[in-house]
Design a protein around this ligand. Structure first.
Ligand code: ADP
Ligand code: MG
Length: 631
């Protein structure tokens, strides 16, 4: 075939040989709960085997359970699955298996704003621990193999569908995983690209790795490229074996494939019952996939959900497949952190439009607010206006840093899920990088804004007060950003952008509740509630730093009477005469740690939920299905 011409069989020579990994599964059943109706069985007691060195394909009509089977085999989803999975004849140890397998999902998400080369370099830096030259050679080799050399300088946002798919594969090929799962790698590709893609996978398999991909209606030519085809219909196995042999198999059952007809198309049509109901007969003929398994005579104790999940701690360590064998290449925590911060900064820098937009926003709002409150800082008749100015500043630092997180992070979580699942880095390194990466822009823009409004509104020109003002504003911004992260780590973009601003309304209300009628008139319960709003601490901090112990303000001659020329009296009216600035700062820092810690915990649970979290999720799903809510 001319497509594979030019690529030598040994083109994956840069990589060390990996031990073969054979995967066998028995009696896999997967059920999902479905509201009041009970549950839905997606996989029905299927068995089968995927061998190393072969190109394995999972075929079947859409909705037959291909992705589900891949998810379970790859260990991406385990809840609700029962049965057993054997790796080289031993029960699968999920943690160990995850370290040697990579999963390329159907909707291939790639980090935006990087070139192909940069994306590869970041992945190589994270995954490979070798001299830079070697890394470059490896990348060049893989890019060549995947025919991506021509677009190595292209931004990942601009790649065509086929190139994106190939890049997704290239990124995972870097550290030469022994097991590769791919969900529909050819869907959405043209004929030429799918042929290239399958031939590439064939090469990888021939290199001694286990390649399992699900595929949707391959051409007759491609169908014969697969060494092993596993056909699944309505959650049951209807055929396993060499592709073209499916025709005699069907013929034995009394179904004749017309001449010059694509056997792959034909079997899918048979599965969809276009020629009558042969489903049961096919399932019986292959014993639901068990017929071809090598260890079919070995009775394997049925495992429950938990053992599928992992936890077989008694299995003896296989020296060849031990964790160190696959992990000694991984970079350390600090290095991961550094690479991720650099990647985030590069992406931020590349997104010039957005950066410019933010600069303009800070400047425009700064000038607007500065001019609205121009010269009010030292005017005895404008004390209440001045108070409004402080509150406006807080609202600015509450919303502006939160919104980008709400609108970007839910998408980022999807990427994080992939990369983290494929063991690119540790979550803690990612989270630390995320925390650090937003600080410089926020500090620079925040400083510009604060200086602008501070001078325009004629606040006291004392360095202490300015610094105290600045600190409160910055802290408020970072706390709000953390709150945004907390929300965005759990919700979709649409929901996050709705929930974020709505949730901040009570914070604002509680911060200034009772303003104007005197603090003493507020019921005790509400007074307590006010201290749950972080904006209250910010406001106290601002009022304290800006108004406390200042000289009596002058009342302009044009005014007959000024209520609040005595600022300490104003502070008393606000119920803030006893506040301690550093206590407010401490409270803000405490809330910051709480929000950040909470986001980290929730994100961790999102990636690999523990029992409590699963129970909560279950309750959530239950409520949703019973209240008819859709997400
Ligand atoms: P495909 O073969 O197209 O990849 P899938 O494995 O994605 O099919 O899904 C198989 C069937 O299971 C589909 O009918 C799908 O709607 C259903 N399904 C998958 N996941 C869930 C879920 N979490 N809840 C309910 N139904 C699901
Ligand atoms: Mg699918």
């Amino acid at each position: 075939m001319e497509i594979s011409k030019g690529i030598s069989k040994n083109s994956l020579g840069y990589v060390p040989k990996r031990p073969p990994v054979d995967i066998e599964f028995q009696d896999l059943t997967y059920t999902v709960p479905q509201g009041r109706k009970g549950s839905k069985m997606i996989l029905r007691s299927v068995s089968g085997e995927f061998k190393s060195g072969q190109l394995n394909a999972i075929l079947g009509p859409s909705g037959s359970g291909k992705s589900t089977l891949l998810n379970i085999l790859a260990g991406y989803k385990c809840r609700g699955a029962t049965g057993s999975i054997l790796i080289n004849g031993e029960p699968r140890h999920l943690k160990r298996f995850r370290k040697m397998s990579r999963y390329i999902m159907q909707d291939d998400l790639i980090q935006p704003m990087l070139t192909v080369e940069e994306a590869m370099m970041v992945a190589a830096d994270l995954k490979l621990n070798m001299p830079k030259m070697e890394k470059i050679n490896t990348i060049t080799e893989i890019l060549e193999l995947l025919r991506l050399s021509g677009s190595s300088k292209t931004s990942t946002n601009m790649l065509s569908g086929g190139e994106t798919k190939r890049l997704a594969i290239a990124l995972e090929l870097l550290n030469n995983p022994p097991v590769l799962f791919l969900d529909e790698p050819t869907t959405g590709l043209d004929d030429m690209s799918s042929t290239q893609c399958i031939h590439l996978l064939k090469q990888i398999a021939e290199g001694g790795r286990t390649v399992i991909c699900s595929i949707h209606t391959p051409s007759a030519k491609l169908f014969s490229v697969f060494d092993n085809v596993y056909i699944i219909a309505a959650g049951q196995c209807v055929y396993q074996g060499y592709g073209p042999e499916v025709v005699p198999f069907l013929s034995n059952l009394g179904i004749e494939c017309p001449k010059h007809y694509n056997p792959a198309d034909f079997i899918i049509e048979v599965c969809c019952m276009e020629y009558g109901d042969y489903h049961e007969r096919m399932v019986t003929a292959v014993d639901n996939g068990r017929a071809n398994c090598s260890s079919k005579c070995i009775p394997v104790a049925s495992m429950d959900e938990i053992s599928l999940d992992n936890s077989i701690s008694l299995i003896k360590e296989d020296p060849v497949l031990s964790e160190e064998n696959f992990n000694h290449h991984q970079s350390g925590w600090m290095r991961q952190f550094y690479i991720l911060v650099m990647r985030m900064w590069l992406q931020m820098w590349r997104d010039k439009c957005y950066l410019l937009l933010r600069v303009c926003l800070y400047l425009a709002v700064g000038i607007l607010i500065g001019n609205l409150y121009i010269g009010m800082g030292q005017d005895g008749s404008k004390t209440i206006f001045n108070f409004g100015f402080y509150f406006t500043c807080l609202i600015f630092f509450m919303y502006i840093p939160m919104m980008p997180i709400l609108s970007q992070f839910p998408r980022e979580v999807q990427l994080l899920k992939r990369e983290h699942f494929n063991k690119w880095y540790r979550l803690s390194a990612y989270f630390a990088a995320l925390t650090v990466s937003t600080i410089p822009v926020q500090v620079i823009l925040g400083t510009v804004y604060v200086l602008l409004v501070y001078t325009l509104s004629d606040q006291p020109m004392e360095i202490d007060r300015l610094l105290m003002f600045y600190l409160v504003c910055m802290l408020t911004g970072i706390v709000s950003e953390s709150l945004g992260l907390l929300i965005a780590s759990q919700l979709t973009i649409v929901n996050a952008v709705f929930v974020g601003p709505v949730l901040t309304v009570p914070f604002m209300l509680l911060a200034v509740y009772g303003f104007g009628s005197g603090y003493d008139t507020i019921p005790t319960l509400i007074k307590i509630a006010m201290y749950f709003s972080y904006l209250r601490y910010s406001l106290e901090g601002l009022i304290h730093s800006m108004l406390k112990d200042r000289q009596k303000l002058d009342c302009p001659e044009s005014e007959e009477y000024c209520i609040y020329t005595d600022l300490n009296y104003f502070i008393k009216e606000m119920g803030m005469e006893n506040t301690i600035y550093w206590l407010d700062i401490a409270a803000l820092i405490f809330i910051l740690v709480l929000f950040r810690g909470g986001s980290y915990y929730l994100l961790r649970q999102r990636l690999s939920p523990n029992k409590t979290f699963l129970a909560l999720q279950y309750i959530g799903r239950f409520l949703k299905s019973h209240m008819g809510m859709t997400r």
